[in-house]
Structures are given as structure tokens and as C-alpha cells.
Design a protein around this ligand. Structure first.
Ligand code: SF4
Ligand code: SF4
Length: 185
């Protein structure tokens, strides 16, 4: 008799105070405003230089790179991502944002990916995909800004000779072009 009474009391309580939370409309909004929430990472293609620092920093191998037809495509596989935020932290131009999007369930046909495309130049020596114009320009500016002032003029003259060559080609022709640093000593 006591058991039946408990069941009836519990049933009445459940009917009166509904325990089912309307998701995601109520809970989703609540959590999306949590300060510091790290959700789905997203790229800002207008800032990205294609430097690939984020790819190297990602400890989950969640970011892949494909160079094809003059375009570097960086893709974050959100199903591999652990939302650590290291990619956003390392990006030198602030091109990755950890958004507050966390409702990322998907069906098999729609794997959640974050895709970013950057135009890249081919190396003028061997033709392999190299770097974006934006990154080459940025490197040039950083080198000039940080080089020893006593050699800045020489470096300024040398940079255009090798800046459009990939690192392998630079090594190959460094003495031919007389752009090696040993000439300073
Ligand atoms: S997102 Fe940032 S770190 Fe990643 S390739 Fe673009 S500029 Fe480099
Ligand atoms: S948030 Fe972390 S795991 Fe996800 S892509 Fe960035 S570095 Fe990789």
C-alpha cells in the first residue's frame, strides 16, 4: 500500500514539475553564453596567410592541408578536434577563433568540417606549391625589421633574389646568387 502511494505521489510530482528540459533551445542558449567556452574553431580567410603554424601546433592532427591548383586548403576535422585552442593561440595573425558553437552532432553525410582556402604561389625555381603572397610580404617585412642595421641595405637587395624560391631551391642556389650570410664575415 505504501509503495503504491509513493508511485502516485511521484507521478503527480512529475506531471506538475516537468523534468524534461527543452533542448537545445533553453540549455543551448544558456551554455553558448558561458564566458571562455571553447567550441568549434573557425578560420577567417581574409586574415590567414597559409603559414601552417596551426597545423604543426595541433596535437590531435585535426588540421589537414592540401595544395592544389594554386590553392592551399586547410581543413579542421571537428570530430577529431578536442577544442584545446592551441591553433588559435599560435596563429600569428589571429585568423582562428574558438567560437561558442558546441552543438556539433551530425549524421554520417555531414561531417562537421571547418574549411579555409588561401591562394599560394609556386616556387619560381622548381614549381612546387610554396607560400601565399601575403605571407611572403610579411616575411620580407619581418626580416627587414629585425636584421642587424649594418647589413639592412644588403639584405634589402638580396631578398627579391630568393624570396620567391622554396627553402630547398634557396639552399641549392644560395652561393650562385651570392645571398648566403657567410659573405658578412
Ligand atoms: S590560420 Fe593562422 S596559423 Fe593557420 S595557416 Fe592561417 S595564418 Fe597560419
Ligand atoms: S582546437 Fe586544438 S585540437 Fe582543435 S584544431 Fe585547434 S589545435 Fe587542433
Amino acid at each position: 500500500m505504501k509503495g503504491l502511494k509513493n508511485i502516485i505521489t511521484e507521478s503527480i510530482r512529475n506531471l506538475r514539475d516537468c523534468q524534461t528540459i527543452s533542448y537545445p533551445s533553453s540549455l543551448g542558449q544558456k551554455y553558448s553564453h558561458l564566458e571562455g567556452l571553447r567550441g568549434k574553431p573557425e578560420f577567417d580567410s581574409s586574415k590567414c596567410t597559409g603559414c601552417q603554424a596551426c597545423v604543426r601546433r595541433c596535437s590531435d592532427n585535426a588540421i589537414s592541408v592540401v595544395d592544389e591548383n594554386g590553392v592551399r586548403t586547410l581543413t579542421i576535422d571537428v570530430t577529431r578536434c578536442m577544442y584545446c585552442g592551441r591553433c588559435a593561440e599560435i596563429c600569428p595573425v589571429g585568423a582562428i577563433t574558438m567560437t561558442n558553437k558546441f552543438e556539433l552532432s551530425y549524421d554520417a553525410s555531414e561531417k562537421p568540417l571547418t574549411v579555409n582556402e588561401v591562394a599560394v604561389n609556386n616556387c619560381v625555381g622548381c614549381g612546387t606549391p610554396y607560400d601565399s603572397t601575403r605571407l611572403i610580404k610579411e616575411v620580407q617585412e619581418r626580416v627587414i625589421a629585425n636584421v642587424d642595421p649594418s647589413v639592412v641595405n644588403v639584405v634589402q637587395e638580396d631578398l627579391p633574389k630568393y624570396i620567391f624560391l622554396c627553402p630547398q631551391c634557396r639552399r641549392r642556389v644560395v652561393y650562385e646568387l651570392k645571398t648566403h650570410t657567410r659573405k658578412y664575415y
